[in-house]
Structure formats: structure tokens, C-alpha cells
Design a protein around this ligand. Structure first.
Ligand code: AMP
Length: 419
């Protein structure tokens, strides 16, 4: 029979390092989020396509080119979520959360789907930790979510990640700036890449973060939005910076950050890793403020600010760390007659909270001990008639050290895993 392969760009996460790295990241992130009052939300991976068209923006690459969209058996157009913010906003509106509380802090962790050109750190199914705060217009909320992002990175001991900050204005100051940008880039139209020529009409701000060398060179001479912010946007941005400095968060201003999504206003930020392992996919996270989004999706006029961290890229940055854990004990049987006793001892010790493995195939002691070595267990214990009679056995360290005889009853205490 021919084999069926997994879908390109979507990988299996297996035990032995991959899954453990994700679990570690999730656990540490949860601790940070809990301490700041964020509650976990789980939304479906499928939504009505219209949610993303309206929430992410028709002119974006995500909606225009990258969504997995299909018709279900009832003829509805559904899409696999390409990001989480729109889904969380939908849930926020659908459950009338704003009637229940003025300030809502939510997070979610899960797979996102984008039909992207693949390379290191860029996949078609990837995992994001998404953090959102609804209800606060003021800059303290921007500063809080940004600090949370950095605290999560600190909690998983990733040091070489830098915060880059920008303000992209709002509906008061952006349109006039956008006009200036269009006039500027129109002067260079022939030299822009094909995609940026299209962006000139659809989404001129996006030309600023095009990766094409020539476009970048031209963009360097473009007018900067930071020089054209209206007074309230300028004050907001200054406050965000002051509060970040107050809590010891370092950042640099990067006037070229625009974010790919239409609904951002004012604060926009990215977390950039300085590590060659990521190649050009150096952004490990990004976010910003989206004050008009809730309303544009049919909800009340509630502001929001949030970010997403890319778990796959963070995992790449943690490569080389040992995440996989190993059994506390491997129980082997001298021969077939002792199999039951070994099997029962393992069962009893698991109930006491230990991670205990056996070779359920039975077989020779030699092959069982091979399996014990392979399992990475800290200790092995061989059960035979004498051990059963004495209810004690030789505890053999598998990674160096002297064996010693111990009563079975003491094993849970001796082997208690370190917390
Ligand atoms: P975005 O939702 O595009 O702002 O992305 C937020 C973060 O998710 C990025 O900084 C990346 O770390 C991660 N990310 C986005 N797209 C991908 C992808 N295709 N594969 C892996 N990670 C991604």
C-alpha cells in the first residue's frame, strides 16, 4: 500500500523534545498570565470566512492569499483561523462580555493556519500564544500587555529578543499621512516590486515593511508617520514609553513597523530575535492596539490591545535545551514467572505518583535491560522470586552510582521526583 504523507507545512509534534518544549512554553506563559489576571479562552479553529474578511482586512496578504477556505456541507464558507484576535473578538461580542465587566483580559494558545511560502520558522500550521485586553483606551493597557510579552520571554529564559515600538496613528492622523506616502511612492512606482505596486492602491502603509531590498531603500526616504501623529496619538505614545521605562522594559523605536493587519491603531510593536537559527523569520511576536475592531465586527465601541507570540519560532530559539523527561524507575522481571510481580509493583508505584516503566513484551532480562537503558530511567529494579519473598530489591542507578538494596515500601519516598 502506498503511504499517505502529512500535509506540507504542517508538522507532527512528537514526544522526546518537541512536545515538551511546547508544554514548557505553555506552562511558563500560563504562570505569567495568571499573575497578571489573564483568563484562558478556547475558541474553535473554524470560523465563518466573513469574520476574517472583516476582522483582518480584505486587503491583507492573510485574507487575500493565505487562508484555508472551503465550503461546508451546508454551503457555508468557513476558514481555518489564520490568527486568533478576530475569533476572540467574536467570542467577546457573542457572550456580551462588555456588559459583565469593563476590563477583560484573555489569552489563548493553539494552532493557526496560513497558506504561506515555507521556510525556516514559517509553516502552514503554526502555534501562537495570543493575549488580548479589551476595554481600556489608555496607554497603561498597552504597557501592561507589552510587559507581559517580555515577562513570558524572560520566564523561558530567552534573552536575545528585542522590543521594537512604533505608533501608527489613528483615523484622525493616518489618512493625511497615507496621502503623503502615496505621493512619495508614486514617484518611485516603476522601481517598486510588483507586490508593492499593488499595495500602493490597496494598502500603502505595507510598502514600509516590504522585505525587497530596492523597496526598503526607497522606503528609507519616505515620510515617517511618527512625524505626523496628531496630538492625542503623540501623547498616548509618549505615555506608553514612559510606563515601559517605569517598569524597566527596554525598547527601540522602529518607525517602519506597520503590522500586516488593517485594524491596528496607535501602538504597534514587534519582538525581534537576534539569532541566525531563525533566518529571515526573526519576528517572534508582535501586536498592537485595535480600537475600532470590536465595533467593526458588530460589537460595542470597546477598545483593545494585544499581541501574538509565535511558539514554533520560540521553540527554535530554545533548540539544544533538554526538555524531555525520563522515568523514575524501570522495573524488569528475572523471568516469565516473575512477570506478574514486576507488573503489579510498577502499577502500585505509579499509584504512589512515580513514573514507572516496564517492558510489556516480557522477554529476556537482557532485552528488558536494554529497554531500560533506552528509556533514560534514573533507576532499574529487577524482580525475581527472592525479591517477591523479601519485598525488597536492588535499586540500580542507570546513570552512575552504586546499587543498594531497598524495601519496596520505601521506593516512593526514595524515588520521589524532584519538584
Ligand atoms: P502575526 O499574527 O502575523 O502578527 O504573527 C505573530 C507571530 O506569529 C510572528 O511574530 C511569528 O512569530 C508567528 N508566525 C506568524 N506566521 C507564522 C508562520 N507562518 N509560521 C510560524 N510562525 C508564524
Amino acid at each position: 500500500m502506498s503511504k499517505v504523507a502529512g500535509v506540507k507545512g504542517m508538522s507532527d509534534l512528537l514526544p522526546g523534545g518537541d512536545v515538551e518544549a511546547f508544554q514548557y512554553l505553555e506552562t511558563r506563559a500560563r504562570e505569567v498570565l495568571r499573575r497578571t489576571g489573564y483568563g484562558e479562552v478556547r475558541t474553535p479553529v473554524l470560523e465563518e470566512t466573513a469574520l476574517f474578511v472583516r476582522g483582518v482586512g480584505e486587503g491583507t496578504d492573510i485574507v487575500g492569499k493565505e487562508m484555508y477556505t472551503f465550503e461546508d456541507k451546508g454551503g457555508r464558507s468557513l476558514s481555518l483561523r489564520p490568527e486568533a484576535t478576530a475569533s476572540l473578538v467574536r467570542a467577546y461580542i457573542e457572550h456580551s462580555i462588555s456588559n459583565q465587566e469593563p476590563l477583560t483580559r484573555w489569552f489563548c494558545f493553539g494552532p493557526m493556519f496560513r497558506y504561506e511560502r515555507m521556510k525556516t520558522g514559517r509553516y502552514r500550521q503554526f502555534y501562537q500564544l495570543d493575549v488580548e485586553a479589551f476595554g481600556v483606551k489608555g496607554p497603561a493597557q498597552d504597557a501592561e500587555v507589552i510587559e507581559v510579552a517580555l515577562e513570558i520571554l524572560r520566564a523561558v529564559d530567552l534573552k536575545g529578543v528585542k522590543l521594537e515600538l512604533n505608533s501608527i496613528g489613528d483615523k484622525e492622523c493616518r489618512p493625511a499621512y497615507q496621502q503623503q506616502l502615496v505621493s512619495y511612492f508614486t514617484g518611485f512606482k516603476d522601481q517598486l516590486c510588483a507586490e508593492c505596486q499593488a499595495r500602493l492602491e490597496r494598502n500603502p502603509l505595507r510598502i514600509l515593511d516590504c522585505k525587497n531590498e530596492k523597496c526598503r531603500e526607497i522606503a528609507r526616504g519616505a515620510p515617517k508617520l511618527l512625524d505626523h501623529l496628531c496630538q492625542p496619538c503623540r501623547e498616548h505614545f509618549a505615555e506608553v514609553q514612559r510606563l515601559l521605562a517605569l517598569v524597566g522594559v527596554d525598547f527601540t523605536i522602529n518607525p517602519w513597523i506597520v503590522r500586516g493587519l488593517d485594524y491596528y491603531v496607535r501602538t504597534a510593536f514587534e519582538l525581534i530575535a537576534d539569532d541566525p537559527v531563525l533566518g529571515t523569520a526573526s519576528a517572534v511576536g508582535g501586536g498592537g492596539r485595535y480600537d475600532g475592531l470590536v465595533q467593526s465586527l458588530g460589537g460595542p465601541d470597546v477598545p483593545g490591545v494585544g499581541f501574538a507570540l509565535g511558539a514554533d519560532r520560540l521553540k527554535l530559539l530554545m533548540q539544544g535545551r533538554a526538555f524531555a523527561q525520563a522515568p523514575d524507575l524501570f522495573v524488569a522481571s528475572v523471568d516469565d514467572k516473575s512477570f506478574d510481580a514486576a507488573f503489579a509493583l510498577a502499577s502500585k508505584l505509579r499509584k504512589d505518583g512515580l513514573w514507572v516503566e516496564t517492558d510489556t513484551r516480557g522477554g529476556s532480562l537482557k532485552s528488558q535491560m536494554k529497554r531500560a537503558d533506552k528509556s533514560g530511567a534514573r533507576f532499574a529494579l529487577v524482580v525475581g522470586e527472592r525479591e517477591v519473598a523479601e519485598q525488597a530489591g536492588e535499586l540500580k542507578p542507570l546513570r552512575g552510582g552504586e546499587p543498594r538494596r531497598v524495601p519496596f515500601a520505601e521506593l516512593p519516598v526514595i524515588l520521589r521526583p524532584s519538584p
